[in-house]
Write a protein that binds this ligand. Structure first.
Ligand code: PLP
Length: 280
């Protein structure tokens, strides 16, 4: 079976998997999700992903009886059934299927969906050349630290960025504060110092972000978690994004303006190499 789905206890192909039309994830966006990947069939950073998943569940007050060990076991079985070297694993948990009301339903079990498909990595040429990104007003809600399935602002910003020939959208506040990309965290390098926006309710605490911050500290690369502005980013020596599927990906153009010489820089390349040594 090439791609695998698991819905509330049942494995199937993704095509055959179904959830109820009354599911609160579909009706209200009342749910959370998590994304993991495998390297050579092995799940990467499963503990931090599980911690973030349970944090998201707590943050939306979703009552459940899931355990990290139980979920991990299902994920491992799904990964094994799919059998890819590099798998992309999505896990969604919603507040269940029931008659539509805004308030929490009583005694309705959550819906658990897991899908595993082959991970499509950015092509080597894209990684070598670096990517362009486009700034977008950050019109998201005040709890971007929760990995919720409500992603409409990310969908719209990503679509506009793609339509403009860019790889990603970059969410920026009205005052010029840079938050993160639509599906990744953002870093700049200026005079040899790496900087990334601090953890807050305005960004998702990326697992890759944490790994890269830790790798920089461990390897003597100066690293700051602090406010970053769009002007600073445009004037930086290097810019890169981090995420489960993109790892450490160089950004060479922002809003049609090249970053420095418009080529991936040495600090980005070093951090990507260190990341690959850790993960691959
Ligand atoms: N920020 C947003 C909005 C994301 O959607 C993602 C990943 O999906 C990230 C950051 C990066 O997080 P991670 O490194 O855990 O994949």
């Amino acid at each position: 079976m090439p791609s695998i789905a698991y819905v509330n206890g049942r494995f199937s192909s993704i095509e055959d998997a179904v959830v109820s039309v009354e599911d609160r994830g579909f009706q209200l966006g009342d749910g959370i999700y998590e994304v993991l990947r495998t390297y050579h069939g092995q799940l990467h950073a499963v503990e931090p992903h599980m911690r973030r998943l349970f944090r998201s569940l707590d943050a939306i007050e979703l009552k459940h009886a899931f355990t990290a060990a139980g979920l991990e076991q299902i994920i491992r079985e799904a990964v094994q059934r799919a059998g890819f070297d590099d798998s992309l694993v999505y896990l969604q948990i919603t507040r269940g299927a029931t008659k539509r009301t805004k308030e929490f339903p009583i005694d309705v079990p959550p819906t658990l969906v897991i899908t595993v498909r082959k991970l499509e990595l950015p092509p080597a040429a894209v990684r070598e050349k670096g990517v362009a990104i486009q700034a977008a007003d950050d019109i998201r809600w005040q709890r971007c630290d929760i990995k919720t399935v409500c992603l409409l602002p990310n969908v719209l910003a990503s679509q506009r960025a793609r339509a403009a020939g860019c790889f990603e959208a970059l969410f920026v506040e009205k005052d010029g504060t840079v938050n993160e990309c639509a599906s990744a965290n953002i870093f700049i390098v200026a005079s040899g110092v790496v900087a990334t926006p601090p953890l807050s309710a305005r960004i998702l605490g990326g697992i890759t972000r944490d790994e890269v911050v830790a790798l920089a500290h461990k390897n003597g690369v100066p690293m700051q978690e602090r406010r970053v502005t769009l002007d600073e980013l445009l004037a930086a020596d290097e810019v890169f994004m981090t995420g489960t599927t993109v790892e450490v990906l160089p950004v060479v153009k922002v809003n049609d303006r090249p970053i420095a010489a418009g080529k991936p820089g040495p600090v980005t390349q070093r951090l990507h190499k260190l990341f690959c040594e850790l993960a691959d």
